[in-house]
Design a protein around this ligand. Sequence first.
Ligand code: ZN
Ligand code: ZN
Length: 339
Amino acid sequence: MQQKGGDELGGELEYGNRDRRGHYRPNKKVGYPPVFIWPAQPIKALKWIFSIPGYFLPWNLFYVLVGLISWFFISPPLEAYAQLEIQTILIVLLRNSGLVLLYFGGFHYRLYIKRAQRSEFKFHPKWPSESSKLFLFHNQNLDNIFLTFASGVTIWSGFEIGILWLAANEYISVINAQQNLIYFVVMVLLVHLWRDLHFYLIHRLIHFEPFYSIAHRIHHKNVNPGPWSGLAMHPIEHLFYFSCALLYIIFPFHPAFVIVALVHAGLSPAPGHSGFERIKIAEDKTFDSEAHAHYLHHKYFECNYADGILPLDRWFGTFHDGSDEAKKSLENRLKPKRA
Ligand SMILES: [Zn+2]
Ligand SMILES: [Zn+2]
């Protein structure tokens, strides 16, 4: 791999190396931001929140903005959800499909169709399979795309329509965003944190039987993930996954909370499953896709169930930072299970 890629893969050698089988291993180990640590380091934590990468930038604020734009500019008015007509359902489905097509399709086009950076920074040495009986149509990408739209976008839209139907029919009372501006902003900005916790909880749950065999194994067919792997899940997993939106029913409610949470859940898996540690935007400019932790989950299964800023895997002994030591400790942890 290295001889072939002397120039081709030159950039990645600054950031990592490849093992004998051609798998890319970043030098930078998976870590957590200095927020949930003891003894607490408030200055460091505060600095991290506002730095790049940090809590808001580059990813989180982007999803918040897309969610807000989706609600305020690309949604039917709340009243339209009261008596559901086909038009309302179609607008929601089309908007969510469009977002997915643009975002997942954008990553896929650049990295896998155009192959703009060839294999540079790609974790797995192979490209997604186009001839495996494991996948629908014998094609990993087509299988993933089918699950993403047929099940993922449909269930995402179903949660959105169902919750807004409750609000439009006044089963849930809706606050005025301008009169409750601070509460509104805080709730929207906390979406990321809530989603981290929710994802960890449902992800742990679906690794137990019978959920794993029935549902989650479908997502794990992607041992060599690409952007379209992100929402490639069994409908049961989609139901768990998008249920993050339900939290907002119990708090003073605004439709934007649900839309932002669902947009966050719907779009964030694309970079997280990109399959590349870094994404090149110019010859000498790259940025971290933050896919390493979750790539290790797809590679080794029983580690890194969380994927974000809460150090839950560290607290519960399932953390893998990508090092040989972490691999060894994972093997030791699984030995009694396999014996
Ligand atoms: Zn995944
Ligand atoms: Zn999993």
